[in-house]
Design a protein around this ligand. Structure first.
Ligand code: 13P
Ligand code: 13P
Ligand code: MG
Ligand code: MG
Length: 365
């Protein structure tokens, strides 16, 4: 069985209308590039995914993670789409392309990516999650639930191949360091950190005794690269399921609770992460609320058999209702915290410019 790499590479290269959706012409341009890459043998298969104003290249190949040719292809694709976005006057055309030219790989260049290389099992169910109007730390709580919480994942209790738990790699985005926690033994230690999702994010989950990832997230934060607010870091994630891993239903279950995440309106507000079907991936109310779609695939020899729209199912209707009620609740706070992000986070928005203007008005008290 050969190793394959699953890469999800995403960018916002222009919104239709505002920050709510992707124009069909951008979609078309994207698929043309993907089809060409498949014909030329650069990639094995692809699926063009999207949520809100973000487009994701979901691709399989044999070139490993952070591969120069693959990342260059993604960059060129986003660049071509940006041209179309400009032609059609799309909002924030080229928003996530922070540098003028590609060099080496996409790290620090704007587009987000989540990639993992693994040996494909005879049946390899994978769920790709795409979220808009939020940030990478939004995956912390769902990942914790899937791989560490027995009230979510009964497999941790009754499946001997899961009973010993999993290892979690956590990144500190501010100090650029990482740590691996072994759960369940170090559950409380890890929660100290991942409970602060704006700074600490789960990057990978591993089985014990193996360095082959079973889940991976995108972890870039644009303001840390650009030094200023340039849109939110709408994140992606891939999770492998079944046979010693959480069942598909255990991977989806955390999204039955629309937990509060950062990133709504101007990247400056908390709101519920609403699970939606592909048809409903267009945030509009106050540019939100934040939302997540789940694309299910069975991988076979690198072919992406799918996608199935996993979160569109009726069984998530109550979660949507709760999310909408929570959205009302948050909205009634208007410009007050905790709807608005705490001051430290607002440093990366346009708010400091307002503060600057008032600086000399303060007198000692
Ligand atoms: P099936 O019996 O439908 O294969 O389901 C097995 C299972 O454990 C689902 O959670
Ligand atoms: P995006 O990050 O999805 O472009 O949204 C930006 C925003 O500020 C919406 O209010
Ligand atoms: Mg946008
Ligand atoms: Mg977006």
């Amino acid at each position: 069985m050969a190793e394959i790499t699953l890469s999800i590479i995403k960018a916002d290269v222009g919104g239709y209308v505002g920050h709510s959706d992707v124009h069909p012409e951008l979609r078309k341009c994207c698929v043309v590039q993907l089809e060409k890459a498949k014909k030329e043998g650069l990639i094995i298969d692809y699926c063009q995914g999207e949520v809100g104003d973000d487009i994701a290249l979901i691709i399989t190949h044999n070139r490993g993670v952070e591969n120069e040719e693959i990342h260059r292809f993604a960059w060129d694709t986003f660049t071509a789409m940006t041209q179309v976005a400009k032609e059609y006057g799309q909002y924030g055309a080229g928003q996530d392309l922070l540098v003028d030219a590609f060099s080496g790989n996409l790290k620090g260049m704007g587009p987000g990516f989540a990639e993992m290389t693994f040996e494909e099992r005879p049946s390899e169910p994978v769920i790709v999650f795409l979220a808009d109007k939020t940030e990478p730390g939004a995956w912390n709580m769902p990942l914790f639930r899937m791989f560490a919480d027995p009230f979510n994942t009964i497999g941790l209790v009754i499946d001997p191949s899961m009973h010993e738990g999993f290892r979690f790699e956590v990144l500190d985005l501010i100090e650029e360091r990482k740590i691996i926690f072994s759960l369940p033994e170090e559950m409380y230690d890890m929660l100290v950190f991942i409970g602060s999702p704006s700074r600490y994010v789960i990057k990978h989950v591993f089985r014990k005794g193996s360095d082959e990832p079973v889940a991976v997230t995108s972890t870039q934060r644009l303001f840390l690269m650009a030094g200023k607010y340039v849109g939110k870091d709408d994140p992606v994630m891939a999770v492998r399921c079944q046979s010693g891993l959480p069942a598909v239903g255990e991977v989806l279950e955390p999204f039955s609770f629309p937990h509060a995440v950062a990133g709504w309106m101007r990247g400056s507000h908390h709101g519920p992460l609403m699970p939606v079907g592909i048809e409903d991936d267009t945030p509009t109310r106050f540019d939100g609320p934040p939302r997540v779609v789940g694309l299910g695939f069975q991988l076979k020899n690198g072919k992406l058999i799918g996608p199935r729209d996993m979160l569109g199912d009726k069984s998530f209707d109550n979660a949507r209702k709760l999310a909408l009620d929570a959205a009302d609740y948050f909205r009634r706070h208007g410009p007050f915290e905790p709807h608005r992000l705490p001051l430290e986070e607002m440093e990366y928005t346009t708010m400091p410019n307002v503060l600057k203007k008032l600086k000399d008005r303060f007198k000692p008290a």
